[in-house]
Write a protein that binds this ligand. Structure first.
Ligand code: MLC
Ligand code: AMP
Length: 508
C-alpha cells in the first residue's frame, strides 16, 4: 500500500517537532501538526463519502488549514481542484459543471451562492474560513489523527488546475502524483533546498507556483516557510533576516525595489531569490543585483508542465533568459508549422517532454491530442530560442495571452464579455507594458453608431462576470480595429500604438 506523493513527503520529515509553517501572526505548525491535521481532514473527507478519484473543488483564502486540505486530498486519493479566490459565481459555475466535484469547500461568506450552483451538479458544500474554522474543520475535529492513506500510484491524478483557453472555455490540466513529486524533487536538488531553509511564501496557493513549486519543494526538503496571506513588501522585509529564500512573480521584485528598506544588509541571510510565472525584465534583474548583490534566479514553467527550465544555482544567472532545461526535462524549439527542430539561436515553438508534463486536459481528448506531437512533446505555445550555450530564451507567445502580475488572462474571454454588451460592435483585448503588473489588460472597443456607452458602464457590466484581475485597466474607444488582408484583427499594430499607455518608470 503506498501513496506516491505523500509517502515521499512523510519520508522527508526531519522530526515531528520540526517547524513546517510559521504564519505572519506567529503561530507555528510543526510537521507533527501537519500529519495530524491533514489526517483529520482526510478522515472528514472520507466520512463524507468522497472516494479516490473524486474531485474536491476548493475556493478558500490562504491559511495553514487550506494547505492541510490540499494534503488531505492527496492522502485520501481525492483530486484537488484549487480555484482563484477572485473568481465570480459566473466563472465558478463553469468549473463546477465541468469538473463535477463531489465536494466543494468555500469560505462561509461564499457558501450560499455556491450551494445554489453545487446543488445543480449534486456536489456537497463545506466551509473553511480565513482563521482555520468552518464546517469542514468541525467535522475534522471528530476524526482520528492517524488516517490510513489511500493507495495512489505514480500515474494517478493528484490535482486538476484550470488554465484559460485561447478559444472557448478553460481547460482542466490533469496532474498526476508523479508529475508533482518528480518536479518537486528535481527543484529541491537543483536549488539546493535543505531542512535548514526558511522560505518566504507570499504567493497565492491556487496556482502551480505557490501550491506546487513553493509548498512541495519545502515539504520534500523538510524545510519551513513563512506562510503569508498576501504580498506585502514591508512585512516581507521585516521577515527577511529570519529567512533564506523567496519565490515570487516579477511584480514582487518590482515592488520590493520601490522600498528603501531593500538593501544588501536586509538580504544578508537570504541565499536565493527565485522569479517565474511571467517575464522578469532584464532591468529589474540588474537593479535588484545592484541594490542587494544577489542575482535573481529566473525559471520557466506552466500549469500543464510544472517547471521546465531554470537558471543555474551555481553559475551564470543571465538576465532575460530562463536558463537550462531541468534534469530529466527535454526542451526543443521547433518550426511552429512543420514541427521540425530548429538549430541554436533560431526562434520557434518551445516544446517540452518529461515526467513533469501533465496527463492531458480533463474530458478533452481532442484538445489534448492537438497540443502534443506524436513523439510525446507538449507544444507550450511559447515562442523562444536556445543559444549555443544551451540557455533558453522566451521571446514571445504563439498564443493570444496576457500575463498580468503572474495571472494569465485570455483576451478571448474578456472580448466575449464585452462584445455581448449592447452598444458594442466588437473589441480587441491586448496586454500593454505596465510598470507594476508587467502587462496591463487593455480593451480597444468599437461602439455602435450613436451609442453613448462609457468606459465605466463597460467596467460595471464586467464586475460580476469576470475576476477583478481580468478586467481592463483601461478601455479605449476607436472607430475601427486594424485588420490584415485576411480580415484578422492586427493586435500587434494595437500593441505598438498603445505601447506607452502605462508609462514605464525607469527602474521598473
Ligand atoms: C490584483 N489585481 C490585479 C492583479 N492582482 N490586477 C491585475 N493583475 C494582477 N495580477 C487588482 C486588484 O484586484 C486591485 O483591483 C488592484 O489590481 C490592485 O491590487 P493590489 O492590492 O495592488 O494587488 P495585490 O493584492 O498586491 O496583488 C498583486 C500581486 C498578485 C502581483 C501580488 O496578483 C499576486 O500575488 N500574483 C501572483 C500570481 C501567481 O501566483 N501566479 C502564478 C501562476 S502559475 P482594484 O481595482 O479593485 O483596486 C504559473 C506557472 C509558473 O504561471 O510558471 O509559475
Ligand atoms: P500558466 O498557464 O498560468 O501556468 O502560465 C504559464 C505561462 O507563463 C507560460 O506558458 C509562459 O508564457 C509564462 N511564463 C512562466 N514563467 C515565465 C518566465 N520565467 N518568463 C516568461 N514567461 C513565463
Amino acid at each position: 500500500m503506498s501513496n506516491h506523493l505523500f509517502d515521499a513527503i512523510r519520508h522527508s520529515i526531519p522530526a515531528e517537532d520540526a517547524v513546517f509553517i510559521e504564519t505572519g501572526d506567529n503561530s507555528t505548525w510543526t510537521y507533527g501538526d501537519m500529519l495530524q491535521w491533514s489526517g483529520r481532514i482526510a478522515g472528514a473527507i472520507d466520512t463524507l463519502g468522497i472516494r479516490p478519484g473524486d474531485r474536491v473543488a476548493v475556493q478558500v483564502e490562504k491559511s495553514p488549514e487550506a494547505l492541510m486540505l490540499y494534503l488531505a486530498c492527496i492522502r485520501c486519493g481525492a483530486v484537488y481542484l484549487p480555484l482563484n479566490t477572485a473568481y465570480t459565481l459566473a466563472e465558478l459555475d463553469y468549473f463546477i459543471s465541468d469538473a463535477e466535484p463531489r465536494l466543494v469547500v468555500v469560505t462561509p461568506k461564499a457558501a450560499e451562492g455556491i450551494k445554489a450552483i453545487a446543488s445543480k451538479y449534486g456536489a456537497l458544500v463545506e466551509t473553511l474560513d480565513d482563521h482555520g474554522g468552518g464546517s469542514l474543520i468541525d467535522l475534522a475535529k471528530g476524526e482520528a489523527p492517524d488516517f490510513v492513506d489511500a493507495t495512489r500510484a505514480a500515474d494517478d491524478l493528484a490535482a486538476i488546475l484550470y488554465t484559460s483557453g485561447t478559444t472557448g472555455r478553460s481547460k482542466g490540466a490533469m496532474l498526476t502524483h508523479d508529475n508533482l513529486l518528480s518536479n518537486a524533487l528535481t527543484l529541491r536538488d537543483h536549488w539546493q533546498f535543505t531542512a535548514k531553509d526558511r522560505l518566504i511564501h507570499a504567493l497565492p496557493i491556487f496556482h502551480t507556483h505557490g501550491l506546487f513549486v513553493a509548498t512541495n519543494v519545502i515539504l520534500t526538503s523538510g524545510a519551513s516557510m513563512f506562510l503569508l496571506p498576501k504580498f506585502d513588501p514591508a512585512e516581507i522585509l521585516s521577515l527577511m533576516p529570519r529567512a533564506t529564500a523567496m519565490m515570487g512573480v516579477p511584480t514582487f521584485y518590482v515592488r520590493l525595489l520601490q522600498n528603501e528598506g531593500l538593501t544588501r544588509d536586509a538580504v544578508k541571510t537570504m541565499r536565493l531569490f527565485i522569479s517565474g510565472s511571467a517575464p522578469l525584465l532584464a532591468d529589474t534583474h540588474r537593479a535588484f543585483q545592484e541594490r542587494t548583490g544577489q542575482a535573481i534566479l529566473e525559471r520557466y514553467g506552466m500549469t500543464e508542465t510544472n517547471m521546465n527550465t531554470s537558471n543555474p544555482y551555481a553559475g551564470d544567472r543571465i538576465a532575460g533568459t530562463v536558463g537550462f532545461p531541468l534534469p530529466g526535462v527535454t526542451v526543443r524549439v521547433t518550426h511552429p508549422e512543420t514541427g521540425v527542430t530548429l538549430p541554436a539561436d533560431e526562434t520557434g515553438m518551445i516544446e517540452v517532454k518529461g515526467p513533469n508534463v501533465f496527463k492531458g486536459y480533463w474530458r478533452m481528448p481532442e484538445k489534448t491530442k492537438a497540443e502534443f506531437r506524436d513523439d510525446g512533446f507538449f507544444i507550450t505555445g511559447d515562442l523562444g530560442k536556445i543559444d549555443q550555450r544551451g540557455y533558453v530564451y522566451i521571446v514571445g507567445r504563439g498564443k493570444d495571452l496576457v500575463i498580468s502580475g503572474g495571472y494569465n488572462i485570455y483576451p478571448k474571454e474578456v472580448e466575449s464579455e464585452i462584445d455581448q454588451l449592447s452598444g458594442v460592435v466588437e473589441s480587441a483585448v491586448i496586454g500593454v507594458a505596465h510598470p507594476d503588473f508587467g502587462e496591463g489588460v487593455t480593451a480597444i472597443v468599437v461602439k455602435k453608431a450613436g451609442s453613448d456607452l462609457s468606459e465605466q458602464a463597460i467596467l460595471d457590466a464586467l464586475q460580476n462576470r469576470l475576476a477583478r484581475y481580468k478586467q481592463p485597466k483601461q478601455i479605449i474607444f476607436v472607430e475601427d480595429l486594424p485588420r490584415n488582408t485576411m480580415g484578422k484583427v492586427q493586435k500587434n499594430v494595437l500593441r505598438e500604438q498603445y505601447g506607452n499607455l502605462y508609462a514605464i518608470s525607469p527602474n521598473a
